[in-house]
Design a protein around this ligand. Structure first.
Ligand SMILES: [Zn+2]
Length: 270
């Protein structure tokens, strides 16, 4: 029962993992286009089935109203080992993708994933709509959960997880706020939130993202969601979009912003 065993499993089953990702990428979950509603739901169901196969307790929860139904949210839980005393981890991602337009600019079909040499001849890359937003990133987590379950025999490798995957991120997460509000008892017990739906500066350049989902940052105090402020110091260079950030952490009052020498960040969502 070790992380190393899970990593070895991932190495040994890499082709299977990639094949699963290709299968998911081939599902055109264009959440903004009602003509793809069935395929969008199917992509959510696919992720739910994956998590269920990794030992999670999973539900596809409906969103929106009867007159204006939204895309479902995948909610999954695993309780952690009895002796587990670490943080309750909330993982967020999304299974919807941007429309493929303009289609004529694609070198290959956006929903027929292909492997191509990566820039700089360092390995390969997968080209498909959603490969880097957000199915590829979510798949890293899903396959890690599969490896943990396969090698350790317990969901999440004994860590307490809640997983929330939405299908409306590309539609402005129109139903997410109400969903969080309605399920705050369930979501609010988590200690940290892991999100893999941000940008990359480039290969080999580690980004640290601060400030996201303005509505969540601004309204979380009333929801009781944010309760940690992380301070990061160092001589770092950051690409900032600080105009969109609140000026102060509403949890602890620390000023939010970036300078050449110090960065303050709210971010740990529980
Ligand atoms: Zn995204």
């Amino acid at each position: 029962m070790s992380t190393e065993a899970a990593l070895n499993w991932l190495d040994e089953h890499e082709d299977d993992s990639i094949a699963r990702l290709m299968e998911w990428l081939s599902m055109p979950s264009v959440g903004t286009d009602p003509s793809y509603d069935a395929q969008t739901r199917a992509a959510g169901q696919w992720a739910a089935d994956h998590l269920r196969a990794s030992g999670f307790d999973v539900e596809l929860r409906e969103t929106g109203t009867k007159d204006e139904p939204g895309h479902p949210i995948v909610m999954a839980h695993c309780p952690g080992d009895e002796e587990y005393k670490g943080p309750h981890v909330l993982f967020y991602g999304h299974y919807d993708v941007q429309p493929a337009d303009p289609i004529e600019l694609w070198e290959s079909d956006p929903f027929t994933p292909v492997r191509k040499p990566a820039e700089g001849a360092v390995g390969e890359r997968i080209v498909a709509r959603g490969a880097c937003d957000d199915k590829g990133q979510v798949m890293m987590f899903l396959e890690a959960m599969r490896a943990a379950f396969e090698t350790m025999g317990v969901a999440g490798g004994g860590v307490k997880y809640t997983v929330m995957l939405e299908g409306e991120e590309e539609s402005g997460s129109v139903n997410l706020e109400n969903f969080v509000r309605d399920n705050v008892d369930e979501l609010g017990t988590s200690d940290v939130c892991v999100i893999s739906d941000t940008g990359m500066l480039g290969r080999g350049r580690l980004p640290l993202h601060m400030g996201f989902a303005d509505w969540l940052i601004q309204r979380s105090p009333s929801l009781g969601l944010i309760r940690t402020c992380i301070l990061v110091s160092g001589a770092a260079r950051f690409r900032t979009r600080s105009m969109n950030w609140p000026r102060f952490c509403r949890s602890c009052g620390t000023m939010i912003g970036a300078s050449r020498s110090q960065v303050s960040m709210t971010g740990s969502v529980s």
